[in-house]
Design a protein around this ligand. Structure first.
Ligand code: ATP
Ligand code: MG
Ligand code: MG
Ligand code: MG
Length: 477
């Protein structure tokens, strides 16, 4: 089943069950606690929190999501994309567990010829929260066999927003992909073989103030209980298309094949090559979707997430052997692959390509000038038996060639070296202090370049931590 068909069936099914179809919101989050939209429920948060009345009792959507937290997983696990689409059905104080569970079961197991996804019921496992007997009973009543229900704790099966407000247990659906994905025993044992594809969140209780993740006080049952579910469209496509991983589904495979043909490599022969191809596929798709939603590469926030994704894609193309410009072809093929679901990408194609190409041009220039020095230093370090790339040299790379520290860190790690980050930071600070002292000494009120220099420094290396700090997505689901 094609991704477009999954999309259509999802919305049709829930529309028939009385849900209002709501179009995907932008990837640019309107929630100040996250930079990017990370879940289907994000645009509806004010309704769940009771800040605004929900315009409808039930809604359904297919929401574009970007999770920076998952970037490190990309290409290594078979199931994480930095961009993915979350199919959701939502009840705002309307139906609860007794309806959400049977509906999910019905959609999964209704035959394809009758509008469902036609999954083999024997391959599905579910989890419920430790003490959620109620959810287990509802699953059993719906005809689900007790031996494939497992209980999981706070980390997997409890949801809260990290602040006082609604919270509650989850129940998740997993698909058994068979022994070629590892040992048996259910999702509690093996999360690659048993791939999570749908999370049902039951907003049942009220969370009080204080306490950290897992240890917060529960004030009592919510007077009005809600449902938030999220099914990963690309994960279901992986299952229904019978492919090995997320990067091989219909809306990704063309990108992967393009990357392989540009680089002149064959997919499926060598693990390192395959990981690089998947990283390129994923990152180019995410970058294209982000640019499509109006984000441009920059040194902070969303722009920095985009810049890093693009740089990693470009560097992986180089690792694969493609040293020239490749982004135009890759972005164009992505627009083709995603354009069916998002026709606005096609209408805006020339702008999206131009933004991506401009970033590639400037990054290739940085790489050209800095890489030779990096190689020399790395070779010298190795020849002298050291496993450390000196802070001094990392600083020089930054100062002379504009090499951001995150790039040095990544390249060093690929070369089996660590970087003396402390030394690097010390030198950066000295340079900043010197610039300030110079500015004070001059105090001429004109032509003072030190402030400009400082700005550049701040925008450069200091931004590297932002990659991991840019969102508080840990707070959601
Ligand atoms: P996992 O445990 O596999 O990382 P999760 O528990 O973090 O997934 P949820 O936050 O429960 O995921 O999100 C709801 C659904 O969205 C998941 O069941 C999955 O189908 C999908 N999903 C989550 N993260 C990703 C991702 N990085 N790539 C593709 N689909 C995802
Ligand atoms: Mg996750
Ligand atoms: Mg999970
Ligand atoms: Mg989950």
């Amino acid at each position: 089943m094609e991704s477009a068909e999954i999309h259509r069936r999802w919305l049709d099914f829930f529309q028939k069950k009385g849900h209002t179809v709501v179009p995907s919101a932008s990837l640019i989050s309107n929630d100040p606690t996250t930079l990017l939209t990370i879940a289907g429920m994000a645009p509806f948060k004010p309704y769940f929190l009771g800040e605004q009345p929900a315009p409808w009792p039930r809604a359904t959507s297919v929401q574009k999501c970007v999770r920076t937290l998952d970037i490190e997983e990309v290409g290594k696990t078979t199931r994480h994309g930095s961009f993915f689409q979350m199919c959701g059905n939502f009840s705002f104080g309307d139906y609860f567990k007794e309806t959400a569970i049977p509906m999910a079961w019905e959609l999964c197991t209704t035959p394809v010829s009758e509008g469902g996804f036609g999954l083999d019921p024997e391959k599905i496992w579910v989890t419920v929260y430790l003490d959620d007997d109620e959810a287990e009973e509802i699953w059993k009543k719906a005809g689900f066999p007790a031996e494939r229900i497992q209980r999981l704790g706070m980390k997997e099966n409890y949801w809260s927003m990290g602040v006082p407000g609604p919270c509650g247990p989850c129940s998740e659906l997993f698909y058994d992909r068979g022994p070629e994905f590892g040992e048996a025993g259910g999702p509690a044992v093996n999360d690659e073989r048993y791939m999570e594809f749908w999370n049902l969140v039951f907003m049942q209780f009220e969370r009080g103030a204080g306490g950290d993740k897992g240890g917060f006080p529960i004030l009592g049952e919510l007077p009005s209980k809600s449902i938030d579910t999220g099914l990963g469209l690309e994960r279901l496509a992986t299952i229904l298309q019978g492919v090995n991983n997320l990067y091989e589904i219909d809306t990704s495979r063309a990108i992967l094949d393009k990357a392989a043909s540009i680089a002149g490599v064959t997919y499926g022969r060598d693990t390192r090559t395959d990981v690089s191809l998947r990283v390129v596929t994923d990152h180019v798709k995410t970058a294209t979707m982000m640019i499509g939603d109006g984000i441009t590469p920059g040194n902070e926030g969303r722009g920095y997430v985009l810049r890093r994704l693009m740089r990693r894609a470009i560097r992986n193309m180089r690792l694969l052997g493609a040293h020239g410009a490749t982004i135009k072809d890759l972005v164009e093929i992505t627009i083709g692959a995603m354009g069916q679901a998002y026709p606005e990408l096609i209408a805006d194609a020339s702008r999206i390509v131009a933004v991506a190409v401009a970033e590639e041009t400037s990054f290739l220039q940085t790489l050209r000038t800095g890489s030779a020095m990096f190689e020399t230093v790395a070779d010298e370090a190795k020849a002298s038996g050291s496993a450390v790339f000196s802070g001094d040299q990392a600083f020089k790379l930054h100062d002379t060639f504009g090499f951001p520290i995150d790039l040095t860190l990544e390249m060093a790690s690929e070369a089996g070296l660590s970087v003396d980050e402390e030394g690097f930071r010390r030198l950066m600070k000295e340079q900043r202090d010197q610039a300030k002292a110079d500015a004070r000494a001059k105090k001429t009120g004109h032509a003072d370049m030190s402030a400009y220099r400082e700005l550049l420094d701040a925008a450069g290396p200091s931004a590297f931590t932002g990659y991991h700090e840019v969102s508080s997505e840990g707070l959601l689901k």
